[in-house]
Ligand binder design. Structure first.
Ligand code: NAP
Length: 273
């Protein structure tokens, strides 16, 4: 049995589908099974109950454990779990002393590495699904307003992260590995906004704003603390002057090229209509 935490999330939902498609038994965790709309083939359980009986491998999503893992890893080992696949972050691969985001992921990574279980640490960069934050503006015909228009990043389709996670859970290929994962191309935010418009079938607009205005707006979002907001803005600023780094890992591990942002936009066109 494979336990998937954060099963309704950007990565989790695709991962549950991949694992079931491969014939693996899946226990999918959510805080609210009644509204989760998870596949009938999955055993659905509540996150706060964390049922570990019969589980051999566990997919760990930090979004679920942002306030700490507690005794999860000890309980997992006692229950007979053999492998943890953790969704970490590329930030952990290049930690800067004041990067709160990296620190959070690194501490969790370390706990997983020291758990005595087999582990894989997946280190994706920016998710393409972060663009869902533009949904309301695009639906309303308003411009998307962001700072650092010239910055280029390598957004990764959540489906590609799920495909790598499935490989880590279903085969021994990635035991002890820490692959950095990215999308297949460098792309700017104005280009992303244009591609969403093409997928939706109507023009979209981008407007550059100052980092100060962006900071103020980000601080009003849930879960966004000063340390995290400053790291995210700093990364974007640096990306204005640094060529985007495309990782070969998705293609190497899954055997197919990573999905482009245009493919992501086509998959999500309805979200922006
Ligand atoms: N976004 C990025 O660019 C990025 C980049 C690198 C790494 N990451 C890592 O990826 C993680 C996000 O992955 P994701 O997008 O797949 O996850 P997600 O969609 O943000 O969340 C996954 C699921 O976790 C559950 N959840 C959320 N907050 C929770 C909480 N406080 N307590 C318990 N359950 C909670 C929710 O499920 P229910 O509502 O069904 O319970 C949600 O559907 C981040 O936390 C970060 O560690 C993200």
């Amino acid at each position: 049995m494979i336990l998937v935490t954060g099963a309704t999330g950007n990565v989790g939902r695709h991962l549950v589908g991949e694992l079931l498609g491969a014939g693996a038994p899946v226990r999918a965790l959510t805080r609210d099974p009644a509204t989760a709309h998870l596949p009938a083939d999955a055993e659905v359980a509540r996150t706060d109950e964390m049922p570990l009986d019969g589980v051999t491998s566990l997919f760990l999503n930090p979004a679920v454990f942002w306030n700490g893992l507690g005794d999860l890893l000890d309980r997992a080992r006692d229950a007979g779990v053999r492998r943890i696949v953790m969704l970490s972050s590329a930030a952990a691969a290049d930690p800067k002393p004041d990067n709160e985001l990296a620190g959070k992921h690194l501490r969790m990574e370390r706990a997983v590495e020291e758990s005595g279980l087999e582990w894989t640490l997946l280190r994706p960069g920016q998710f393409a699904s972060n663009a869902l934050g533009w949904r309301e503006d695009i639906r309303a015909g308003e411009p998307v307003r962001e700072p650092y228009a010239a910055a280029r990043d390598t957004p990764i389709h959540e489906r590609d992260i799920a495909a790598v996670a499935a490989r880590a859970l279903l085969t021994d290929d990635l035991v002890g590995a820490k692959p950095v994962l990215s999308g297949p191309e460098g792309i700017s935010q104005p280009e992303m906004v244009r591609l969403i418009g093409e997928a939706v079938g109507r023009p979209t607009r981008f407007e550059e704003i100052s980092p100060e205005e962006a900071r103020e707006r980000m601080l009003k979002m849930p879960y966004m603390r000063e340390g995290i907001v400053d790291v995210l803005l700093q990364l974007r600023k640096e990306a204005e002057h640094r060529p985007p780094e495309v990782s070969p890992e998705v293609e190497r591990i899954t055997g197919r090229p990573g999905r482009t942002f245009a493919e992501w936009a086509a998959d999500h066109a309805d979200d922006f209509r």
